[in-house]
Design a protein around this ligand. Structure first.
Ligand SMILES: [Zn+2]
Length: 121
C-alpha cells in the first residue's frame, strides 16, 4: 500500500486512514495538525498564542510548574523534568508545553557537554 500523499510504501500496520485516504504515519500526523509548517511545535505555539492574544498570555498550572522547576534547578534534562512532574506528562506533551513556553520566551533549550538542557530564557 502506498501513502496517498507522499507515495511512500507503507507497512500494513502503519497505514492510517484519514478522510478516506490511506496515509503513512508522517502524513497522518501532518493531516491531523494543520496548518502545515516545517516546525509543528512553532505552528502549535503560534496558534496557542493567537488564542491568548488580547487577553495577555496566561500560563496553565502545568506550564507554571515547569517554570518553577527550571527556576529551582537552573536547568534540567527533559527526562529529569518529566520525573519532577511526577508522570503528569509524556515526552510529546512536554515538548508541546515547552514549545509554547519557548515561543513566549520563557524557556529555551541549551546544549551542555553534548546534552540538551531545558532552562529559563
Ligand atoms: Zn506519506
Amino acid at each position: 500500500m502506498q501513502c496517498h500523499r507522499c507515495q511512500t510504501e507503507i507497512d500494513p500496520e502503519e497505514e492510517k486512514e484519514h478522510l478516506n485516504q490511506v496515509l503513512c504515519e508522517d502524513c497522518y500526523m501532518d493531516a491531523l495538525s494543520p496548518p502545515k509548517g516545517c516546525d509543528p511545535w512553532a505552528v502549535y505555539s503560534a496558534k496557542n498564542l493567537e488564542q491568548h492574544a488580547g487577553s495577555g498570555i496566561t500560563l496553565t498550572p502545568l506550564q507554571s510548574e515547569i517554570l518553577r522547576i527550571l527556576k529551582e534547578t537552573g536547568g534540567v534534562e527533559p527526562p529529569a523534568l518529566l520525573q519532577e512532574l511526577a508522570g503528569k506528562l509524556t515526552i510529546p506533551q512536554l515538548e508541546r508545553e515547552f514549545a509554547t513556553l519557548r515561543h513566549m520566551e520563557k524557556v529555551r533549550g541549551e546544549r551542555r557537554e553534548g546534552k540538551i538542557f531545558l532552562r529559563l530564557w
